[in-house]
Structure formats: C-alpha cells, structure tokens
Design a binder for this molecule. Structure first.
Ligand code: ADP
Length: 621
C-alpha cells in the first residue's frame, strides 16, 4: 500500500517541536485518550446533525459507537468511530495543517515566553497529543459522503506525512497509535484503559466499547431539561457519582444559555462534620467529557462541600489551571453559581419550610461560613437564615425562626435586642428568667456562631445580640410601683450591703432587684464584651483557662425567700457589729454556689469553694 502513497510536508518552520511539547505534557500523557475519544464523539455528533437534514450513506451502521481496541503484540492502540469520517482533502486540511499549525503556535508561544505554557487543547492540538505516546500514527477514514473514497494517512510526528487511498469499508474513522516502549507498558492493559475511559468519558452519551463491551455509564443527566427529570433520577444519579454517600439534602439543576452556557447538577450532601467544608467534589465537564475535579476557581471556597457535575461547553476542553484562573468568564460562572445556590436556599425556606427546618442544622455551618466569605451571598440568601429558638420553659421545645420572625415576636419586650444563649447549663437561670417574661432565646451553640453573630451585627443596623447573662432585661424586673413589700427599699439596701461586705471586692458589682420570679436567689451577669473572649477561648480549646472576668455583677433577687430572710434586720448585734458574721459567711457561700451553678469557676476555684461549703455545713451539723 505504501507505494501508492503521496508524501506531504507540513508548512511549518519550527523543525521538530515534538520534544518540547512532549516534555511539557509529560505528566498528563493520558489525556490523549480523552482527546481522541472526544474527536470521535464530535465526528458522530456532526453526522447526527447532518442526518437530520440529509439522506445520507449510512452503510450498515445506524447505531453509533466508539470502540477502543488494543493489540499487545503489535503494541497498538485503536480508536474507532462510525461518525462523519474524512475525505482526503479534509484529512489534509484538518489533520495535517490545522492540527500541526496548532502545534506550531504552541511552540512559538513556548519559545517566546517560558512561563505561559498553556495546555495543548487550547491550541487545537487534540489529535497531535497522540504523538506524546506514539512513534507512529495511522488514520483510516471514510467520509459519510456518497462515493467518498477511503483515505489512509500516516505520520511519525515529524513534519512529513504520507497520504493515499485507504481500505476502510465502513463510514467513520480508525486512529491507530503505534505506542512507544514506555507507553506500551503504561497503557496496553484492559483495566488501565477502562479506568481512563471511565475517568474522562463515563458520561459521554455514545457507547464506548473496550474489547467489545460497553464501559461508560453514558447518561449525562444534567443535559436533560429540569422539568423532565424525576426526583428518583436525581437521587440515583447522585448514588452513581458517590456510592458511599447517604442521600443529599437538596439539589440544584443549572441550565443557562446566556451570558454563558452552563449545565449541571449541584447537590448539597449531608455533611459528616463541619470540616467537610474544605473538600472539593464537583466534577467539571466540557461537553460531557471530564476535565477536572479541582475546580477551585469555578466553585467558590465556601461551596466546596457541594457535589455533582458542571458542564461548561465553552471552556476549552483541556484548559490548564493557569488558563482557568485567568479566564474572566470563570469569575462570572462562579458568581452565577453562588447566586443560584442562594436562590435555592431562599426558595426552599419559603416554599418548603418544614423540610428546610429539618435540614437546617446540616446546612447552617456552610451557609454561615459562606455569608461571612461573600457578602453577595449573604445579601441573596439572608432570608434563608434560621435560628434555633428556645420558646418556652421546656427547653427542648425549639422553633426555627428568622431574625425578622424573632424580632416581630419579641421586640417590644427586648427593645429590639436579640437574646441568645450559648450554654444551657451555665446560662440556665438567665434563660429561665427571660422565658418567664415571654422573651424567646436564640440558641447559638456552634463555634462559628461567635463570629457569625458579630458579622450580622455589622451587616444589619437593627441586629444586636445580647447574651442572656450579659445584662438583665428591664422586663425581667418588677417596676417600682409593683413593689409589694413597703420596706423593700431598705431590704434592697440591706441585701446589697451584706453582700458587698461579705465579698469585700469593689470589682464585683452587687445589685439587688425584684425579679419577676422567686425561684432564683442570685445570678452572675457577665459583660457582653466578655462573651466574645470566652467563646473564642472555647474555639481555641482553652475553655478551662477562662472562668470569669474580675468585673462582673452579682444580681440578687429580692423576691426569693432566702434573700428576703437574709435581708431581714438583725435585732441583736454585738457591739461594733453592723451585720451578724454568720450572715456574711452565708452570703459568701451564696455567691460561691451561684458561680458553681453557672459553671463559672476554674478547677482550682471549684476545689476551694467546695472545701469552704463543706466546712460551712460541718459547723452546723
Ligand atoms: P480539534 O478537535 O480541537 O478541532 P484536533 O487536532 O483534535 O483538534 O482535530 C482536528 C480536526 O480533525 C477536527 O476538528 C476534525 O475535523 C478532524 N478529526 C479529528 N478526529 C476525527 C475523527 N475521528 N473523525 C472525523 N474527523 C476527525
């Protein structure tokens, strides 16, 4: 056959550019598989489009397929399709000239600027990538056009090639790679080939056969219209992608034509813990062909927990990292995705509230983190922000409320403040006191909440968070007019006096009030600024080092029988005594117990307080 061949020369001046390209692409050699299969796929798609309009030569094949074969003895790898095929002129034009001139462009760019080496496909080098692994490449092709002659082309990757009449009977193309020794070892193996085909072409909507068996999954669900896909299909597609995962919490089907083309399905997985946020899962495709699963540029950092697929047909198929980073379209795509996720959250929160409340705890860390990362996301998604709210004395009965819902319900009693608790053990008395007044309490128990509440205060002028034990709501204190005990003014003075003397510490503010409950004798109030410090201490694992700031308030409840008894005037006093020493001792223990009951003690204080209380009891046994 070779005798009938014509010799051709590629019109490029750079001699052998292959070594340069080979060197650069060394690490990504396997992509030749992706390139050749995607060429085969394009050839089939082109033919399908033509078939819609024309009566054409169909030979015996109407079922489209791509086939990969290998021959270990001969060291060859074959890529066969029954697509559009090529005429002699087309081979000369598309393969010899365009593909090779793409290589030239690549080389020129490389020689000019060593740092800006983009990847091969950006220059239309797809077919040429086969020379990364092959010493010789043959093309056997036959165009779909009636009476088209089969064509044979062969090249060793230098600037010369041979072309002539071929022997292919059926419409379509077979590319034969004569692999070099290294590639023979690496690629001529069924499992390796199967894995590579699945890696890059699993969702190509044409069957790919290896050794006669179809190896790709084929069904690119994302290309269907959203209203034609059932919930079950979305879920089973997810299961196919991530077999070990439990069901996702929700999904978003993206389908955009303008200003860029983007199709995909993003799933929000059930996170195992907050730190899952740092993973990268979304697979990026270009026309059904896998490109990368490290799409940091396309998926903003805070959304990296999302899973699923994105198909960006306008991105050059084999874009390099540096290329993606520079592409202004990529920024737009990222913005679009963030907006879609925000819209979906708001939609679910408004229209599907019951379910949304169920998944809220799972998605809250990512939503909050995202809002702090990206203020646009905050603006778009803020209506979907829920807070777990304690609404009644049964502390376990909680509701999920938006900030607006909380304010609408509580603002008259709280002067627009938002009361929150971080720990029901230490803040229990304060929580109960507020609940008694019908004031609801937001429960913020996650590490992220310390930052997030400050963030919200900066974003919204009407949002002020106050920890339940930071200050006492005026609504929790009886108005003067309601005082029942006519002697209470002096009771207040006496109680405050006893405790001031007992504690003998000017840094502790002693304040006696008539609370609207008689249950609680005393409470420690902490300055609001302190909470940020203590919550950060928890964040950094130094919880034990923090007990209580020196400056704090001891609030005494004049409604409580114990405090009332303690404040009764002493009738018999020894000379020089203002208050009985026993009362001072008692007051001190009340203070200690109050701190213990709110867990506001360091381990050492705990020991000392316990010792003192035992001693105090011992004296009275
Ligand atoms: P690209 O695919 O980016 O255009 P390639 O170098 O991979 O660049 O291919 C060059 C051209 O050769 C293709 O555009 C197509 O016209 C033609 N071609 C390559 N492979 C096939 C094939 N299997 N069947 C038909 N035409 C093909």
């Amino acid at each position: 056959m070779e005798t009938q061949l014509q010799k051709g020369k590629i019109g490029i001046n750079t001699q052998n550019i292959l070594p340069i390209i080979k060197r650069w692409l060394y690490s990504e050699k396997e992509i030749f598989i992706r390139e050749l299969i995607s060429n085969a796929f394009d050839a089939i798609e082109k033919l399908k489009r033509i078939m819609l309009n024309e009566e054409i030569y169909q030979s015996d094949q109407v079922d489209f397929f791509i086939e990969v074969k290998f021959d270990k003895e001969k060291g060859t790898l074959h890529f066969i399709d029954n697509g559009i095929g090529m005429t002699k002129e087309e081979v000369e034009k598309y393969i010899a000239q365009i593909a090779f001139s793409g290589a030239q462009e690549f080389a020129q760019k490389y020689l000019k600027d060593q740092s800006s080496v983009d990847i091969i496909g950006h220059f239309g080098l797809g077919f040429y990538s086969s020379f990364m692994v092959a010493d010789k490449v043959e093309i056997h092709t036959r165009s779909y056009q009636l009476e088209a002659e089969p064509v044979y082309w062969v090249s060793d990757g230098s600037d010369e090639y041979f072309i002539g009449k071929g022997e292919r009977i059926n419409r379509g193309t077979e590319i034969i790679l004569h692999l070099n020794d290294e590639a023979k070892n690496e690629f001529l193996d069924k499992i390796t080939l199967q894995n590579l085909i699945r890696k890059y072409c699993d969702f190509l909507s044409i069957p790919i056969k290896l050794d006669g068996l179809q190896v790709n999954y084929q069904k690119p669900l994302w290309l269907k219209k959203p209203n034609e896909v059932s919930k079950e299909e979305y879920l089973s597609f997810y299961k196919y992608l991530y077999p070990l995962d439990s069901d996702p919490l929700f999904y978003i089907h993206l389908n955009t034509d303008y200003p860029f083309r983007l199709q995909g399905i993003l799933y929000f997985p059930k996170l195992k813990h907050e730190m899952d946020l740092n993973q990268n899962y979304v697979k990026v495709f270009c026309k059904q062909i896998f490109v990368t699963d490290e799409a940091q540029e396309i998926i903003p950092k805070f959304l990296t927990a999302l899973k699923g697929v994105l198909d960006l047909p306008e991105l050059p198929l084999n874009v390099s990292r540096s290329y993606i980073q520079q592409d202004p379209e990529v920024k737009k795509i990222a913005t679009h995705i963030v907006k879609k996720v925000a819209d979906k959250l708001v939609e679910e929160c408004k229209n599907n509230r019951e379910y949304y409340e169920k998944i809220w705890k799972d998605i809250a860390p990512f939503v909050k983190y995202g809002m702090m990362e990206d203020s646009k996301f905050y603006e778009n998604a803020k209506e979907a922000l829920l807070f777990e709210t304690i609404v009644e004395e049964n502390l376990d009965n909680r509701k999920f409320k938006t900030i607006q819902e909380y304010l609408d319900h509580n603002k008259t009693k709280t002067d627009n403040k938002i009361y929150y608790a971080t720990d029901l053990k230490t803040q229990g008395p304060a929580v109960r006191l507020l609940l008694k007044q019908g004031i609801e309490i937001i429960y913020l128990d996650k590490l992220i909440d310390a930052h997030f509440s400050s963030f919200l205060e900066m974003q919204e002028h009407n949002v002020h968070f106050v920890r339940v034990d930071a200050e006492i709501s005026d609504h929790a204190i009886e108005k003067e007019s309601k005082i029942i005990d006519s002697d209470s003014k002096t009771l207040k003075d006496r109680v405050e006096d006893i405790f001031r003397k007992a504690l003998n510490n000017t840094k502790i503010i002693v304040r006696a009030e008539q609370l609207k409950t008689d249950e609680i004798p005393a409470m420690i109030l902490l300055p609001e600024t302190y909470r940020r410090v203590s919550e950060l201490a928890v964040l950094y694992g130094e919880k034990d080092k923090f007990t209580i700031p020196e400056h704090h308030t001891l609030l005494l409840n004049l409604k409580n029988p114990l405090i009332q008894k303690l404040g009764k005037p002493d009738i018999i006093l020894t000379e020089g005594q203002e208050i009985k020493p026993e009362k001072l001792e008692l007051a001190k223990q009340i203070y200690h117990l109050t701190r213990i009951s709110q867990a506001l003690v360091s381990p050492e204080e705990m020991q000392n307080y316990a010792k003192e209380i035992f001693l105090f009891i011992e004296k009275r046994v």
